[in-house]
Design a protein around this ligand. Structure first.
Ligand SMILES: Cc1cc2nc3c(=O)[nH]c(=O)nc-3n(C[C@H](O)[C@H](O)[C@H](O)COP(=O)(O)OP(=O)(O)OC[C@H]3O[C@@H](n4cnc5c(N)ncnc54)[C@H](O)[C@@H]3O)c2cc1C
Length: 376
């Protein structure tokens, strides 16, 4: 199990240090291989911590640069920026998220109306399709809450192009069980595999590739390796990036949410925090283990925030802010953003402020800005 619970900042920092001391040095060469359950992953497995910003993209990228230098860290840092990219992209294409939710609900209605589709779906999520590899991955996802990136790509591709299941149901299955389940990375990665993110360019899982990059040597028969990409009548329209607020001078109440559990590093300008409240809003799909991980991660953040700001810190309750202005770290598109109280001031980290305007199209624009983001 790569993620001992509870998820805390200390556990995230320990995982980062262990990765940089161990598999990180071989990341660029080894990262495509999934060693399978029970083995040390070839990748960092930091995503459940990064997703909640128990550790931030910036500190992880800088730690890798410090350990390996610009060249040695390049591949890893570039992968970290994919998270930042997807967040900025969903921020400028929120219709991709609403479209996912509508598609998911429509697909669930189809399951009720079409027994054949329901049978294939239920076998897929139970790991009973008979497709080598796929069945083990479905069980691993449910039992451990994490899958290697390459495996997520194969899984999503087989789901869409071989099993011919609606992609939104696969994305919902991931969001239910992944400890790193994330509206931006998950929705946009499923759309990317389907050929909807980069229109017409889809990802087809190939038997040879799976055989080569799985240490357990999975060898699936009968994959559709020639399928056409999916298409959609109305791709999500680009929306302007909303402006962030400035922190006010004087006493404030700081609201924490699951998209940013790193209050110590938030630039609060002249504001002085005298109350901290924690707002836990789970993904609708999330199963009990993911909800427990969310709640424990929030408890960790509240206890750190209370010590850092030397003030009361507790889950939000009626009147918790005691009439003070409420400030919060920016919540990107997703359940936390939907639940923020009206009138609260949303502060954006410099990292997001600089990166997100470059995330409205393909990844290459942000990738080319990485040296400036880190050194400029
Ligand atoms: C179909 C599909 C669904 C996915 N759903 C999610 C999701 O819900 N939540 C999520 O966090 N990631 C998701 N990913 C992205 C990626 O698979 C995971 O972030 C990655 O596997 C996490 O493992 P790691 O921490 O060992 O990554 P590493 O390879 O060690 O990379 C370090 C960090 O970089 C970021 N990163 C790396 N690869 C990607 C990527 N392709 N896209 C976005 N960020 C990346 C992550 O924050 C990761 O923790 C999905 C990918 C696919 C193909």
């Amino acid at each position: 199990m790569p993620h001992p619970l509870p998820l805390t900042r200390d556990a995230g920092l320990a995982a980062l240090a262990a990765f940089l001391d161990g598999p990180g040095a071989d990341y660029a060469a080894a990262r495509n291989t999934d060693r399978g359950r029970g083995e040390t992953p070839t990748t960092s497995a930091l995503s459940p911590y990064l997703r909640r910003r128990l550790v931030t993209e910036e500190e992880v990228a800088r730690a890798a640069l410090h350990a390996y230098g610009d060249e040695g860290a390049e591949k890893f840092v570039s992968e970290v920026f994919w998270r930042t990219y997807f967040k900025g992209h969903l921020e400028t294409h929120p219709a991709a998220w609403t479209g996912y939710r509508e598609g998911r609900d429509a697909a669930r209605a189809r399951l009720d109306a079409e027994p054949g589709l329901r049978r294939i779906h239920d076998r897929a999520i139970a790991g009973e399709t008979g497709i080598d590899g796929f069945d083990a991955w479905a069980r691993q996802l449910v039992e451990e809450g994490w899958l290697h990136n390459h495996t997520r790509m194969w899984f999503a591709s087989i789901w869409i192009f071989t099993l011919r299941l609606p992609w939104e149901l696969g994305a919902a299955f991931f969001l239910a069980h992944l400890l790193d389940g994330d509206p931006a990375s998950n929705t946009l990665s499923w759309r990317w595999v389907a050929g909807l993110h980069t229109r017409g360019k889809h990802y087809l899982a190939r038997r040879d590739n799976i055989r080569r990059y799985t240490s357990k040597g999975y060898d699936p028969n009968g994959l559709d390796e020639d399928a056409d990409s999916l298409d959609e009548a109305t791709p999500p329209r680009e929306a302007p990036l909303a402006r962030a607020d400035a922190p006010p001078a004087g006493e404030v109440a700081l609201l924490l949410h699951l998209d940013d559990l790193n209050p110590e590093s938030l630039d609060l300008g002249p504001a002085r925090v005298t109350r901290v409240g924690g707002l836990v809003v789970h993904a609708e799909e999330a199963v009990a283990r993911v909800r427990e991980a969310d709640t424990a991660a929030m408890a960790d953040a509240l206890s750190r925030a209370g010590a850092h700001f030397r003030c009361p810190a507790a889950p939000v309750s009626e009147g918790w802010e005691e009439g003070l202005p409420v400030v919060t770290a920016w919540a990107p598109v997703g359940p936390s953003a939907d639940a923020l109280p009206a009138g609260c001031l949303r502060l954006r980290r410099d990292w997001d402020e600089r990166a997100w305007p470059r995330a409205n199209r393909g990844y290459s624009r942000l990738r080319s800005a990485i040296p400036t983001m880190l050194h400029g």
